[in-house]
Design a protein around this ligand. Sequence first.
Ligand code: MIG
Length: 648
Amino acid sequence: MVKKYTFGKIFETYAVVADIAEDKSLQYFSVTPIGAALKFEYVLDSEDAVYGLGETVGAINKRGEQYISFNTDEVNHTPTTKSLYGSHNFIVVDGKQKFGAFFDTPSKVFFDIDVENSGKIEVTVESGNVRLYIVEGDSAENVVKNFLTIIGQGYVPPLWAFGYGQSRWGYKTESDIRRVVQGYRKAGIPLDYVCMDIDYMDGFADFTVDKRRFPDLKGFAIEMKQSGVRLVPIIDAGVKIKEGYSVYEEGVANDYFCKRADGKPFRVAVWPGTTHFPDFTKEEVRDWFGSQYKALTDCGIEGFWNDMNEPSIFYSEFTEPQTNQQKETAEPNHEQEALSNAYKDYKNFYHDVDGKLVCHYDLHNIYGYFMTMSAGEQLKKLVPNRYFLFSRSSYIGAHRYGGIWTGDNKSTWEHLKMNIRQMPSLNMCGFLFSGADTGGFGGDTTRELLLRWLAFSVFTPLMRNHTAIRTKKQECYAFNGKKDFKNIISLRYRLLPYIYSEYVKAVLKNDMYFKPLSFVYSNDATVKNIEDQLLVGDSIMIAPITDEGATSRKVYLPEDMTEVRYRNGQFECVAKQKGQYIVNVPLNEVVFYIRSGKLVPTCKGADCVERINLEEITLLGDGTTYEQYIDDGATYEINEKNVKILSK
Ligand code: MIG
């Protein structure tokens, strides 16, 4: 089912957890050395589609696209950007031949997939050091399942993390956050968590709290929990250099930071001013850094987001600041954001791997993943129940420890379209718990864009509205016609029994949660190029509206389905036959489809997840039974025995 081939010297990434014997006779690909690099080539059939590559932009079918796996803080990405925050080097060829290939290496990889109609997939591993896994399967769907099986069971967050979250770079104080919660509760719009961005920290130092802004974080966390809302603070990769700051002092004393060639700790400018990067490649450092989260879990915090872990660098002691701005103490601003990623610096620092210095450049793509591993492993001990964690940078393997968000997108319709196409690709690489900044991070959102984006995010496991500092307000209650927002977000809560059940079942069965239509209706030629409709779990198909001003869209039903229209808090169901339709979707409604013979469990909803009555279920659809995964949503007992058969 899976074959493994080793080239060059291997740095263990722990991406694959299954024990796979080494093979010698490479299938499908030819290999050519180009200097130190290795180029792998596969000759495509004219009908082949190519899938995978996780967090990349462009089409779901990657044929004709070009990417570079090299984790990048890319605040201005577009549909043609070649590198984003994560590296997910798994591709699936779907044609006469069906197989998957995972290029497991922490170094840079170039993917050239039939660009300029070469008729080939060309994968170049710059370092020449790689483990290549070839994954068999009789369909694209099964190739992915076999791959997900070898990379290990995905992360399952607590049930409350499936609720809706509000975030903004710029909430500075307790009262800013209190105002957000009151705004949501007053408008009757559900809310489960509020993210705290870098401003809560004391001078942007990890694991510290600015006492003027949050005089009693523990008391505040309890107060928030009473209104059904959790606080989710951010943690950045860089540790601030500051006398008397224990994280810095312990790190220096124990030699825990990344080094310069001369062995001294490497200095980089990021938000806190000058920082050191923890050397997450060392187990001891991972344990140490992860245990620092205790400062916040002791305040009752159960969730975190890890940022800047590509790692993002403004400049270092070896590179010049790129503008004349005063960066070290400045308040956040857009000029600074654009400074992220001083690429040259990745060659200027080193990791200590078993006593030998290894250049960061060669291990670059696993840095964020190993930070996630560090946090995940320790949070499991620190948080009494399941922890909530999502990261910006990632690599395959990180899906076992936390979720990811897709980074700094923009408040544009194009980015909503990108978000939809990214989800199935992320799922093929194990990242089921993911989502984008709903409404868009950079730029100003509009009421219409936010409503349409929410109508899609209702279905993404991570459903968070986040925006950048100095953008227009993006909280739902800040707009006119709050009840439209209430209607759409309430749908998320009413579908929670389905969303949670399908999510955990996908994790347990090594399956995807979001699938392209071509994975399920593989004999239907019409679906081959449909990338703006997706399957969500086993019963639902969605066809989101993604154009400004549109009140209807073309929808293709690949089989008979039940059309469900969520309007004014009611589900209206109509049976539809297979075929093409023009469907009207007003701004305050959501339309989705239930596959023939399937069911969707719904509940009454509530203003937060823990107030939902999960016993009272109504089934939608024309099926007869539904296998519901149900557990306490909090403890680690994630077990396939936790199923209940619901019947109509
Ligand atoms: O340089 O913490 O992607 O979500 O709001 C920007 C501030 C740093 C980037 C993250 C974004 C976050 C922002 N961060």
